[in-house]
Write a protein that binds this ligand. Sequence first.
Ligand code: ARG
Length: 570
Amino acid sequence: MNLKEQIHSAVAQSFEELGVSASPPIVKQAQKREFGHYQVNGVMGAAKSAKLNPRELATKVTERLNLPIVNKLEVAGPGFVNIHLAPYAIEQQLMQLGDDVPVPSPEPRHFAVDYSAPNLMKEMHIGHLRTNAIGDAIVHVLEAVGHQVTRVNHVGDWGAQFGSLLAYLDQLDNTEISTELKDLEVFYQSASKLFKTDHEFAERARGYVVRLQGGDAQCVALWRQFIEESIKHCQDVYERLNISLARADIHAESAYNDDLPVVVAELEQQGLLEESDGAMCVFLEEFTGKDGKPLPAIVRKSDGGYPYMATDLAAVRYRAGKLRADTVLYVVGAPQQLHLKQVFAVATAAGYLTDQEFRHLPFGSILKNDGKPFKTRDGAEVKLIDVINEAVTRAYQLVREKNPSLTEEEHRSIAEIVGVGAIKYAELSKNRGTDYIFDWDILLSFEGNTAPYLQYAYTRIQSVLKKAGVEPTDLRGQITLAEPDELDLGVKLLQFSEAIEDALEDYQMNVLCNYLFELSGQFMSFYEHCPILKQSDPEIQHSRLRLASITANVLQLGLGCLGIKTVDRM
Ligand code: ARG
């Protein structure tokens, strides 16, 4: 049990003994030191329903509380209870840790997380940073607490858009093909331009789509070549960004091709299909357009092609029926909210979804500091790989200024980790639902809630441990929490597992970021007020070194969950 659970269960027991068990107590971390470490709310509500005086009830609760980890209890305000934890109990719990950092251990479930999922015609752009960073962090945290996780990269490799690309490819000779595909962005632009300006080309492009979907061998071979190249681009970016998606995690749209007619036939059998202007649609009552008219979910277009909706229904059918995931999380931008709502509703009507949990975790857009969408000067998307390169270049300058004594090689490898960490953390530290402003100076700053700040805190600890000449394994002795900053740091360290739990509640990784930021702040305060290397008492020094070493473990594990690496020096 983490600290909060320990307190909660003792308080709940006092409530029950007093016969006010109808309203459960709410145990929260206190925001300020003078309020202690935790606060119990909910006494007022409980008192009201039991017709008791709230302060009196609060006093009774505290009198009964049987909780050895508590040092001092205060009834405050109209009926809050402030809880100050006992140094002795915190010391004991910290010393039991050894090298392990405890995490919650919920009932294991099988999760599938649908993230990244770029369309393969183009290279990933800056917008893909969100789904990659957030999706991968969620995967790491779920795995850290013991869930089984299937990563699903539902890449867009199918559909009408591929017609022009194939028609264009087919015009080139073999040697040209590989050079052309080096820059997918340019390739895509040339093909789309031809599609718009050259009537004959456009005709041919349409023909290619039909041939591809019909399985024509030559078309399929060309398509493969194209897809191969795009996937290579993606995998390179994942590697640079330290995203844990492997090639085997790709379950592409094209993989559902054979299932599409089956899905349509099954919807037909269920009596869910209606024809509208030649297209096959499902109309569900809860979906109406702006004009109040029913909104169709189109599963087969009038030309016989299958749209995005059909593929997503096939994907739900597969994930629930074959993959047998208990929970499927879709880390997909907010603009697809309605689409996914329709997918889940139709899938439920069709019986594909029963008691599984399918959830969309939407995220907002990345804006420039003038509040406008992030585009290049000529309105094009900014390639993700260019953003990574710029982050690393900027980090290189900073690291060189900060610590000129390192070697060139060290500067380069640290810059890679700091630059990549900074752009991922910028994503993760915001509430995922809202838009956010991408600002180089803020995200690369060594102050504030940034990755460089956390990474720097980690290096400070490493340098203290090194100067003291100790290895973490040497630190097995008594921890003593005598100073307020020592006690607060000790409590904060034990709260890691609460932070993980809270972050998983609504899959908000900023909760974990905030925790790590506060932990680093608490460490810095401890470091300032509680001398370590200058400490003459060897036992106090040992205790402080041990606290520092646990802090480093927690920082490393927490950042690791966010997909961010640490360095020993910078
Ligand atoms: N390829 C889509 C896009 O770029 C995202 C796919 C998300 N996943 C899904 N199952 N629809 O917009």
